[in-house]
Structures are given as structure tokens and as C-alpha cells.
Design a protein around this ligand. Structure first.
Ligand code: ZN
Length: 115
């Protein structure tokens, strides 16, 4: 992907991101989202999609401030976005597993505590 986005909103998001990165040390390029490919019909009655195969459309869908967002992805970004989203899921799975293991260890520690 090319240049970083500009403007106050981009600056605010980058600031938030880097303050979290400083606290937690996680990989910075991860993306949320899954199932990036959908198909749609453009609505033109003469288009091949009216009767045959519909057009592939690439999306990144994610939650931001409690709202579900869907952003279109340019086709030449698809491989990178897919790779970063897979890494994001692997990271989330690993984090969940670590938290669960910690909770189970805490429970064991309580059971094993001498009374
Ligand atoms: Zn069409």
C-alpha cells in the first residue's frame, strides 16, 4: 500500500494506535475482519452480471466505536489486506488462548493454595 493517510482523523488514529503499541508491544500491521470477498450485481440490465456471474467486490469489515463498518478494498491491495487480516485473527486467537490459560492457572493456584 502506498502513502500513509493524512489529516486530523488520521493523526488521531495514529496517536491512539501508537499509545497502545507502546503499552502492549503487539505487531502494528494487523488488521481485523474476515471474509473479504463478496459478489454483487451492478444493476445495469445489459451487463453480464444480470444473467451470469456477478462482480467480485473486496471489503474490509470491522467494528469501530461500536459500529459495524465496511470499507471497499482496491483490488491491488487484496493480497496484502488478506495477509494482514489472517495475521490479525491468528494474533487474536493466540491472545484469547493466553488469557484463558491465565484464568485456568489462576483457578488451579486457588485450588492448590494451602489452607
Ligand atoms: Zn454488472
Amino acid at each position: 500500500m502506498n502513502a500513509e493517510p493524512k489529516g486530523p482523523e488520521a493523526a488521531r488514529l495514529r496517536q491512539r494506535k501508537f499509545s497502545l503499541l507502546r503499552q502492549f508491544h503487539f505487531p502494528e500491521d494487523l488488521l481485523p475482519g474476515s471474509r473479504p470477498l463478496t459478489h454483487r450485481r451492478c444493476g445495469k440490465p445489459t451487463c453480464h452480471c444480470a444473467s451470469g456471474e456477478s462482480h467480485p467486490v473486496w471489503h474490509l469489515s470491522f467494528m469501530a466505536e461500536g459500529k459495524h463498518r465496511v470499507e471497499r478494498i482496491p483490488e491491488d491491495w487484496v493480497d496484502e489486506v488478506r495477509r494482514r487480516a489472517q495475521a490479525g485473527r491468528a494474533y487474536q486467537d493466540a491472545l484469547r488462548e493466553v488469557l484463558t490459560a491465565n484464568a485456568e492457572l489462576l483457578a488451579l493456584r486457588r485450588k492448590q493454595r494451602p489452607r
